[in-house]
Design a protein around this ligand. Structure first.
Ligand code: NAI
Length: 235
């Protein structure tokens, strides 16, 4: 009988890829076990946070032993659904679409690029990373015949919803959208929006906050500096 799927909070789910990455690195270094303290130092989280998070998946840690890296990595991979293999297509073979197509890291994680689509006749027929760019008109048929699970949207924002509308009429399981627009998709399609500029603006906020703090610190230091009475200074 299948194990019941346990509900995990979104905050924990968002940390799972980070656990997966760090545990993967430990596995590559043949590390067999790790304490929550060591893992917390590596990951910049508190040890109690790590214990709480990992307790969600059935308490892998043993008192005085730590966590078995391989078991934990396997379990987190399973929760992330990485035991599945996914076929994906990229829609929009411009700067970003080509960069994603050329990145090797996705196939190592089980995401296989099967097709790239565009409207531009100058790009259609081109090969990127051994995959041919096809006419967008072939999209729907390709999704059915090649069992495509995920569509990656890399078209300008003005064209993103029309692409999503086409995808809405297929049996696609998920959309990874890079266009800076909030798409409307069918309820049973999982949508993950990646707004890179939002992340850049967060970076800007953090840099600005740091600069403000440094400036305030300097003003405070200047204010706290001892002042000597002018009469002691010979002219
Ligand atoms: P781009 O202009 O280089 O490429 C867009 C491609 O989409 C073109 O080849 C175009 O022919 C194709 N296209 C347009 N309408 C289409 C349709 N209906 N069906 C299929 N293909 C279509 O644009 P770029 O720079 O690659 O950006 C793509 C998207 O990603 C944009 O929405 C952009 O805002 C977003 N983005 C890009 C970043 C980047 O670093 N390039 C960073 C953050 C977001």
């Amino acid at each position: 009988m299948e194990k019941e799927v346990k509900k995990i909070s979104i905050a924990v789910i968002k940390r799972l890829p980070k656990y997966h990455r760090y545990l993967g690195e430990l596995l590559q270094k043949d590390v067999e076990k790790i304490s929550s303290r060591k893992l917390s130092e590596m990951m910049g989280l508190t040890a109690s946070q790590i214990r709480q998070d990992l307790n969600n998946f059935g308490g892998f840690g043993q008192q005085g032993y730590g966590y078995n890296v391989k078991d934990l990595y396997r379990e987190i991979s399973k929760i992330l659904g990485l035991h599945n293999k996914y076929n994906f297509v990229i829609i929009g073979a411009g700067n970003l679409g080509q960069a994603i197509a050329n990145y090797h890291g996705f196939s190592e994680k089980g995401f296989h690029l099967k097709g790239i689509f565009d409207v531009n006749p100058k790009i259609i027929g081109m090969k990127i990373h051994e995959v041919q760019v096809m006419d967008i008109d072939k999209l729907e048929e390709f999704i059915y015949t090649e069992n495509i699970d995920i569509a990656v949207i890399c078209v300008p924002k003005e064209n993103a919803q029309e692409v999503a509308d086409r995808l809405n009429k297929t049996n696609i399981k998920g959309i990874w959208n890079f266009a800076p627009v909030d798409l409307k998709v069918r309820k049973d399609i999982v949508l993950e929006q990646v707004h890179l500029s939002d992340s850049l603006l967060t970076l800007s906020y953090k840099i600005n906050e740091k600069l403000l703090k440094e400036r305030q610190e300097k003003i405070k230091q200047r204010r706290d500096m001892p002042r000597y009475p002018l009469k002691n200074i010979k002219t």
